[in-house]
Design a protein around this ligand. Sequence first.
Ligand code: UDP
Length: 321
Amino acid sequence: MKRVLVTGGAGSIGSYVCEYLIKAGHQVTALDNASPYKVEHLFESDRFRFVQDSILGQEVVERLVDQSDIVIHLAAIADPKRYVTEPLNVLNVNLKGSLIILDRCARGGKKFVFASTSEVMGRNPNVPWKEDADRVLGPPNINRWCYSTGKALIEHYCYAYGQQENLPFVIMRFFNVYGPRCDDLGQGRVIPIFLEKFLHGDDVVVHGDGKQTRCFTYIEDATDAVVKLSLDDAALGSCFNIGANLETSILELAKAMKEAGGFDNNLVFKPHAEVFGKSYEDIPRRIPDVSHIKDVIGWEATTPLDQGLKQTIDFYRKPKA
Ligand code: UDP
């Protein structure tokens, strides 16, 4: 039995990670500044504790890290619109918050499992990306890159603390995770945004020509990877892509959601700049090479896109209790 601190534990991935860890017999503390509604069903377990606070609160964070064996650090501002509208908050939370946790983990020799992102690869055109491929990020006067730059920097800190302070760490790079409990409808990323339009009978807005691609990764597959990487010492000191293999264009995604939900909304196209402002640059193709994670822990995504979309749509269709 491990004592695991999950920062961002009330978030979409975090809530699943807490649930899986509790089911596996571990003791879990979720730290999150958001409302715990996604983890309320875990309150009945005596191996679950929820602390509502910011990762910028040094005293609380240090106390919780000291009480843990493993820290799974998922807390971050990860909403693309906010990279442009509140870059300072994005940098403060994602960098300063991570450093407080990282530093305390290094001092106590606690395992630090870091949620990085496929965004750190930026616009590198040579897909699929292995973990050690070059990052191609944009310039600093374009705020859109503040999120990926912050995440990339914390990846460097992991290796630096690992080398100089013997920090045990694992880096995870997520590729477009989706599913039930992922964001509120209409918020955050493309699937909940599309779904709100589908459910309300509105036009679904595809940015650009819709040919840009992503590998959509079902949340339960991603959670399985997080839990295995966190508990298996074979993963220590390394970075792992967590992503599905199927490359899907945004137009194909919209059509697949239409089909999965039996919707008949119109799909309309709008230039990306009209929605996000001129400075936002979309990534044309984002595809992981997942051979490393398969070799080390035997993981690969197994949920077909149509099934995952159906489960997601069913979840959001159900009236909330
Ligand atoms: N997108 C879209 N319509 C929307 C929201 C997003 O066409 O209403 C596109 C977006 O331009 C991008 C893709 O969907 O090409 C995925 O966007 P998301 O915000 O989910 O995150 P990203 O993968 O770009 O980090």
